[in-house]
Design a protein around this ligand. Structure first.
Ligand code: ZN
Ligand code: ZN
Ligand code: ZN
Length: 140
């Protein structure tokens, strides 16, 4: 069993019920989840503002990655080399039909040269198309 409080403490965050619930939910969903998907999984246990705040807090503490799909939604996936086996920031795939995003864990983001003086604040690579289920449905 995963001890979410220990993960929070290791990242320098004081464990609270809300933080534990949001982190546990990211692990349970097991793929990048949007604010709405986390809220749905928590079935009204936490209000939307609290969920929103805690997702960003977890990301800032290095316990989650955030990535935006071409549908404009930000999604969050859990980060922990010991539990998720995630070595670092990685590429993602978004299905345009069902909206499911998956982590491509083994695939690091490519190196990108930027001009001198540029301050990089994030990097992402999202491949999109149809997931195996949706692509099978289209062929019927
Ligand atoms: Zn990670
Ligand atoms: Zn799909
Ligand atoms: Zn991911």
């Amino acid at each position: 069993m995963t001890d979410y409080n220990k993960i929070l403490e290791r990242a320098g965050l004081r464990p609270t019920d809300a933080r534990e619930a949001v982190l546990e939910t990211l692990y349970r969903i097991g793929r990048p989840a949007s604010h709405g998907e986390v809220a749905e999984a928590l079935r009204g246990e936490l209000d939307r503002v609290t969920i929103y705040r805690n997702l960003y807090l977890l990301e800032e503490a290095g316990l989650a990655h955030k990535v935006q799909g071409v549908d404009g939604k930000w999604r969050f996936c859990a980060h922990d080399p010991d539990v998720v086996g995630c070595p670092g920031d990685h590429s993602h795939f978004l299905c345009l039909s069902c909206g499911k995003m998956i982590c491509l864990l083994g695939q690091a983001l490519p190196h990108v040269d930027v001009p001198d003086g540029v301050k990089v604040q994030g990097k992402q690579l999202v491949v999109y198309g149809l997931c195996p289920e949706c692509s099978r449905d289209r062929q019927k």
